[in-house]
Design a protein around this ligand. Structure first.
Ligand code: NAG
Length: 645
């Protein structure tokens, strides 16, 4: 609390404003420029929030909260003049980074075996209970040394490769009595770039618990044995001395490749397998849709044209009415298919917002693919997403207005007003409510109030005006007349049964877009809830493409069946058909909860549920929009190529 909360937001502003690179670092992305140290120079060690990690052996996460490093109950040593906030980007803050300075002194190339971090720390029983609870939940400490996250070297048994896993445990003894790690051996690898330029290229922290640590003076301590671990008593105050050692090792790793160890592909075979799996689904589906449609449509066109000729012949003899009765299939609804749907305003607002999301997702993935969003530029991904979303408010407004005009709507003021407010409003409201929980827990995952304020300002000052301009242009733009005229009186819709009923048909169709993405979803979930680095943007890009194709293809097929059943309410059906894949995303999130997460507090569950619902809803709007546009184009095409008198 105090000043701390306001600090990050101020630095956010300055970071946002200074996103344009200065000439000196023009060739580096933010955060990617190397820092050269001379021998003996101080290398900064910064501390980030403590995050829940998967407990070894169980692969389960027990909490979703992150805790501020200087949360009073932890009693971690702070710098003498108090910790200072490090400036961070907006994305970095939203994704949970809370970086501050620390009292650790690391001098380039100078080994230290045992130094005290600060004077003895006294844990009162209530704080001891709190810390023991966090140890049982498997919390990890996160440090940054020269911008590189500290971690532990692990071995992937499947591929037999070494990789660095970010973070190191606060304590251990998960099953028995918790012990606190109060000694850290910090191994830093450096690379000598030139005579007087040393760069940090690797970090490993080996924490241990030493109950016999002794504080002697400001920079002298006696480090105890690991044989007698440090317990925190639940019924009497415990005194703990934190110590550390620093070991520098020369390494051939160059600065440019220092992130490679972190980017560990867990099992590339699973990835390729899933990708091929999805690709097969897509090829099969697109093949099926195109053969069915091309064959039957060709037959339909031929039949309709024959009927036309027959009718022209018959019209001379006055028996045309019987000829019309012969007609069947989708042509019959030509006088109704362009009838505006119910709740046209809501649908146009959703489609507009979906288009905005689509542009944001597409551009973010493309940027990432081109290597603009390397993990070294911390939080850059999140920042780019937010900026793109804000700017694409323009697209949202334009699309929403165009669609609404096509529907022949007249509540223009509402359309202009709801489009920029609806979806961001829902997202923001949910986000705000969930944040209240985190605030109530006094955990640090809560987004500071000032950052929230900044988001609202960006939304109202940039996104809303852009959206209104877009809406106005969309409103002014000429909308081509639909290829067939709409009849005065709506046609009766014959009852349809079985799989053509709305819910079964949507659920049936929704499986396919979900099938295209579900393995990638696993990795995304892992990176969100296990705080792992996500970087497989190549896979994500292909999955995104496959998802678009499957959503479009399955919607076109279902809408064709719908029209053949003489049902012309295609607009919402198309949106729901592709959007139904969101139901599966939600179910997937729930299965993931049961399998990989086991929360020890109900508020963690509420947070998880809330975020899962939010993500599923966004996915619904995104895929629904893809389905709607695919169906729209399809219908314009087929009704444009038949003759109607
Ligand atoms: C510092 O420690 C590392 C790791 O134990 C060792 O390889 C290196 O030689 C030491 N450096 C000095 C100057 O003693």
């Amino acid at each position: 609390m105090r000043l701390r909360d306001t600090q990050p937001a101020l630095s956010v502003l300055s970071t946002l404003l200074s996103l344009t690179p200065t000439p000196a670092s023009a060739f580096y992305l933010p955060g990617a420029a190397p820092t050269n140290y001379k021998f003996g120079d101080k290398v900064p060690l910064q501390v980030n929030a403590l995050t829940p990690a998967d407990i070894e052996g169980t692969a389960q996460v027990h909490s979703v909260y992150a805790y501020d490093y200087y949360h009073p109950a932890f009693h971690f040593c702070a710098p003498k003049d108090g910790p200072k906030w490090i400036s961070e980007s907006l994305g970095s803050i939203l994704f949970g980074d809370r970086i501050q300075t620390s009292p650790f002194v690391l001098k380039m190339g100078v080994n230290e075996t045992c130094k005290p971090v600060c004077k003895r720390q006294k844990y009162e029983p209530d704080h001891a209970v709190f810390v023991n609870q966090r140890i049982r939940q498997g919390y990890d400490i996160n440090w940054l040394i020269d911008g590189l996250p500290a971690g532990q070297i692990m071995k992937d048994l499947q591929t037999d490769t070494l990789y660095e896993s970010i973070g190191f445990p606060l304590g251990s003894g998960v099953d028995g009595r918790p012990i606190l790690n109060n000694h850290y051996d910090i191994l830093v690898e450096f690379h000598q770039a030139s005579k007087d330029a040393f760069r940090v290229v690797g970090i490993e922290v080996k924490p241990s618990s030493r109950g016999t640590n002794k504080y002697i003076s400001e920079d002298k301590a006696e480090c105890g044995e690991e044989a007698t671990p440090q317990y925190l008593e639940n019924n009497a105050p415990t005194e703990v001395t934190f110590t550390y050692g620093v070991y520098w090792r020369s390494s051939p790793t160059s600065f440019a490749t220092r992130w490679d160890k972190y980017l560990h592909v867990y099992d590339p075979r699973i990835h390729w397998f899933s990708l091929i799996n999805s690709a097969v689904i897509v090829v099969f589906l697109v093949g099926m849709v195109s053969t069915i449609l091309i064959r039957t449509l060709r037959k339909d066109f031929a039949r309709y044209n024959r009927l036309d000729i027959a009718m022209e012949d018959l019209s001379g003899t006055g028996v045309a009415e019987d000829g019309v009765q012969e007609d069947s299939g989708w042509k019959l609804v030509h006088g109704d298919v362009f009838r505006p749907p119910k709740h046209a305003l809501l649908l146009s607002v959703l489609v507009g917002n979906g288009a905005q999301l689509f542009m944001m997702a597409g551009f973010t993935i493309a940027f990432a693919l081109l290597g603009f969003l390397s993990p070294s530029s911390r939080g850059f991904l999140g920042t780019v997403m937010i900026i793109l979303y804000t700017l694409f408010g323009f697209v949202g407004g334009y699309v929403s207005a165009r669609v609404y005009k096509f529907f022949g709507g007249d509540a223009w003021k509402q359309n202009f007003a709801y489009t920029p407010v609806a979806l961001p409003g829902i997202v923001f409201a949910v986000f705000f409510l969930l944040n209240l929980f985190v605030w109530a827990r006094r955990a640090s995952g809560a987004v500071p109030f000032t950052t929230m304020l900044l988001l609202v300002i960006m939304w109202f000052v940039i996104s809303v005006p852009l959206s209104v301009v877009g809406s106005w242009l969309g409103f002014k733009a000429r909308v081509a007349d639909p290829p067939t005229r709409t009849n005065q009186i709506p046609r009766q819709i014959p009852p349809s049964g079985g799989y053509m009923r709305p819910i079964p048909s949507m659920l049936l169709a929704g499986v396919l877009p979900f099938g295209a993405i579900f393995v990638e979803l696993y990795f995304i979930m892992k990176s969100i809830w296990f705080s792992k680095v996500y970087y497989m943007f190549g896979f994500l890009f292909i999955c995104f493409g496959l998802m678009i194709i499957t959503s479009a293809a399955i919607t076109v097929l279902m809408i064709y069946f719908l029209l053949c059943a003489e049902n012309y309410h295609w607009q919402w059906r198309a949106f729901g058909t592709a959007g139904a894949s969101a139901v599966y995303v939600f179910i997937y999130a729930m299965i993931y909860w049961v399998k990989d997460l086991s929360f020890t507090s109900w508020t963690s569950g509420v947070l998880y549920l809330g975020y899962s619902m939010l993500i599923s809803f966004l996915f619904f709007v995104l895929t629904g929009t893809i389905g709607f546009f695919a169906a729209w184009v399809f219908i314009l095409k087929i009704y444009g190529s038949i003759k109607v008198d």
